[in-house]
Ligand binder design. Structure first.
Ligand code: ADP
Ligand code: MG
Length: 663
């Protein structure tokens, strides 16, 4: 038994000029009543219905359901009661257009804690009751108005609501469909369901057993022809237990009174149903996946946003690592792998000790065996001397260098032609020097006269790395060069393995000139590890800033999209509130949808970013550095983006006022 008792209830809407929509209304509605609320537009009918169905509260007066005062109930508790007692039918149907008929009906049970399978079974029963079994799998948007309203009735009754409220249920229907809907409501009433229907159609109101008239917020009882008339009439129909929907009304049929029906509630307090509305986890999953699947356009737009954000995020992270490795590679290749030891002139005579000009074979062996040394050569400079490729033509002054290769040379010195070492009558000439003295082609074995002495030019130096001055000079063996003139400078050039520079710098001078170490000046990178780290860090910091910016912009876009989505779904969310959803249920729904979108977007973004990083590194000839953790990282980033993006949207969903949104 559900008895609704309104006493001296008023409802005033706050506005610039407050609207007194209901003025001191007192009515009692008993279980099994069929009440029509009539009246002109704006009279306060919907306001009254919303208060009766717990979508709104009176500003003054009392409202009791059975013996429980419901005006003071918390929002959560009101949702419990609303979901347990009332089924809703609206003028504009409020179906989810892209979901099938059966999915729409199932929504009526989404907040009753059942699993999707049993909800689906009951939904089919309800569809059978409204005669739409064969339309179960058709999306609501493809059904006619009359069919949509029947789906709405099925949704209102599938959860076993003892009271069905309908606000202008035939307002959008032709007279034939209106007739069918009213017959259906009458049938429901015959089975014991309380029906409260708002209408301004006298033909519709004529079906009711009680007619209330609302004018200017004041209610007058117009007729009470057969209220609580339990003994006769349509009650006889209820004996047919095999007809469609019979299972929805178990107990009603067998009962002697049509007003006694099986209670769908587990416990009662003072006669009031108190089943808390709750969502079965699988029902939530079903609902969320339906939301995604039924509107693929919207879902793919939202997922697309996450994909872009996660791809950007992961790509920038990966590139940050790739690029800093790239920096190290370049860094190692150049500055960080060079050690040079120069012998100075302790006597200040302009020339350095004789010992250096004739390299000691033991010293060469010692240098060659230094750990981590890749290439080494000794280079001495022996002033400028006149040189020419043809004594009858022109003579130019060229610096003469002596060179002793300690290892085969590849990176320190690149030549065209003969390889080192040089015989006493052979020279190499730098590329620039060769063109300065008009040297002929190498394969014609050109001769170069230096200080009048002929030498065979066996090679042209094309690259001497940091010792680019060699490109402008003549290079001969150190022995030969010392014979031309004493050395003014003597340098040991070393190229080291990556990371070996500082260790080699410590021993190179000792290996070369153990007795003259004090005259040696070693030039090596000041602190290679620190410099390299600084460089890597600054590149990484720049890219990581980009990462944060990309993550934040993705978050902002998704958050905005989720917000818009809630905005466009206000009607649906308000309907869920009418079905008994608590604010938290809506927040959870929106967050779960956003989380699923984030999860899918994160996975797709991870794969996409992998492809992008590969493409960029291949194109740039970089070494790709791909962290195996980036896939799970992408998914986590997607989920977090989804959850964070839902914060504002889910709060907004929780704030939707059902009575206002469902008008
Ligand atoms: P009916 O359903 O009989 O057409 P309503 O109950 O919808 O009438 O509205 C009764 C009166 O209250 C109308 O004058 C309407 O404009 C006003 N009203 C309804 N809702 C609000 C609201 N949220 N704020 C201000 N006025 C409102
Ligand atoms: Mg209305």
């Amino acid at each position: 038994m559900t008895v609704l008792t309104l006493e001296n209830a008023s409802r005033t809407y706050e506005a610039v000029v407050p609207v007194h929509a209901l003025k001191s209304v007192s009515i009692t509605i008993n279980q099994g009543d069929f009440v029509a609320i009539e009246g002109p537009s704006g009279a306060g009918k919907s306001t009254l219905l919303n208060i009766l169905a717990l979508l709104d509260k009176p500003t003054h007066g009392s409202y009791r359901i059975d013996d429980v005062d419901v005006v003071g109930l918390s929002d959560t508790r009101a949702a419990d009661l609303r979901g347990s007692i009332f089924g809703f039918v609206f003028q504009s149907f409020h179906l989810l257009p892209l979901r099938t008929a059966v999915e729409n009906v199932m929504l009526g049970m989404a907040y009753q804690g059942g699993d999707p399978e049993s909800a689906r079974m009951r939904a089919y029963e309800a569809l059978a009751f409204v005669g739409l079994s064969e339309r179960a799998d058709i999306p609501a948007e493809r059904l006619s108005g009359g069919e949509r309203q029947r789906i709405a009735i099925a949704r209102a009754i599938c959860g076993g609501a003892p009271v069905v409220v309908a606000d202008e249920p035939t307002g959008n229907l032709d007279s034939r469909s209106s007739q069918l809907i009213m017959d259906m409501l009458a049938d429901l009433n015959d089975r014991g369901t309380t029906i409260i229907v708002v209408t301004h159609d006298p033909a519709v109101a004529a079906k009711a057993s009680r007619r209330l008239r609302v004018v200017d917020g004041v209610v007058t009882q117009q007729s009470d022809a057969s209220a609580n008339d339990t003994a006769d009439g349509p009650a006889a129909q209820c004996g047919q237990t095999t007809e469609p929907g019979a299972a929805l009304f178990q107990g009603t049929a067998a009962s002697p009174s049509r007003h006694r029906r099986r209670s769908p509630f587990r416990c009662t307090r003072g006669g009031t149903p108190t089943t808390a509305s709750r969502v079965h986890p699988r029902m939530l999953w079903h609902d969320v996946s339906q939301a995604l699947v039924s509107d693929p356009g919207r879902s793919s737009r939202l997922i697309g946003v996450v994909v872009i954000a996660v791809t950007l995020f992961l790509t920038v992270i990966s590139l940050a690592y790739t690029a800093s490795y790239q920096v190290s590679d370049v860094f190692d290749a150049q500055r960080n792998r060079r050690v040079a030891v120069a012998l100075t002139d302790p006597t200040d005579t302009g020339y350095i000790p004789q010992v250096v000009a004739q390299p000691d074979p033991e010293a060469v062996d010692r240098i060659a065996s230094i750990n981590g040394l890749q290439e080494a050569m000794l280079v001495s400079r022996h002033d400028n001397h006149p040189a020419t490729s043809d004594p009858s033509l022109r003579v130019v002054d060229l610096p003469v260098y002596g060179l002793t290769p300690i290892t085969p040379l590849k990176d320190l010195l690149t030549t065209r032609g003969e390889t080192l070492p040089l015989d006493h009558d052979q020279v190499l000439i730098g590329e620039a020097a060769a063109s300065a003295c008009g040297l002929g082609p190498l394969d014609a074995s050109p001769t170069l006269w230096v200080r009048g002495k002929p030498y065979e030019v066996v090679g042209i130096i094309t690259d001497a790395g940091i010792r680019s001055e060699l490109l402008g000079g003549v290079v001969m063996s150190q022995e030969e060069a010392s014979a031309v003139a004493p050395a003014a400078e003597n340098v040991l050039e070393i190229r080291t393995a990556p990371g070996a520079a500082s260790a080699i710098a410590n021993v190179a001078a000792l290996a070369w000139v153990p007795t003259h170490v004090e005259t040696a000046i070693t030039d090596s990178p000041p602190d290679p590890t620190q410099m390299r780290e600084e460089l890597e860090t600054s590149v990484r910091t720049a890219l990581q800033t980009l990462t944060v910016v990309s993550a934040l912009s993705g978050l902002a876009i998704l958050s905005n999209a989720m917000n818009n989505s809630v905005q466009t779904r206000t009607g649906e969310l308000a309907l869920r509130r009418a079905m008994g959803a608590k604010r938290n249920h809506l927040r959870t729904l929106i967050s779960a949808e956003s989380l699923l979108i984030g999860l899918i977007g994160g996975a797709c973004g991870s794969i996409l970013s992998l492809l992008v990083v590969l493409a960029i590194t291949i194109f740039q000839h970089w070494r790709p550095v791909i962290d195996p953790l980036s896939f799970p990282l992408g998914i986590v980033a997607g989920i977090l983006t989804g959850l964070a993006a839902a914060v504002i949207a889910s709060r907004k969903a929780g704030r939707i006022h059902p009575a206002q949104a469902l008008r």
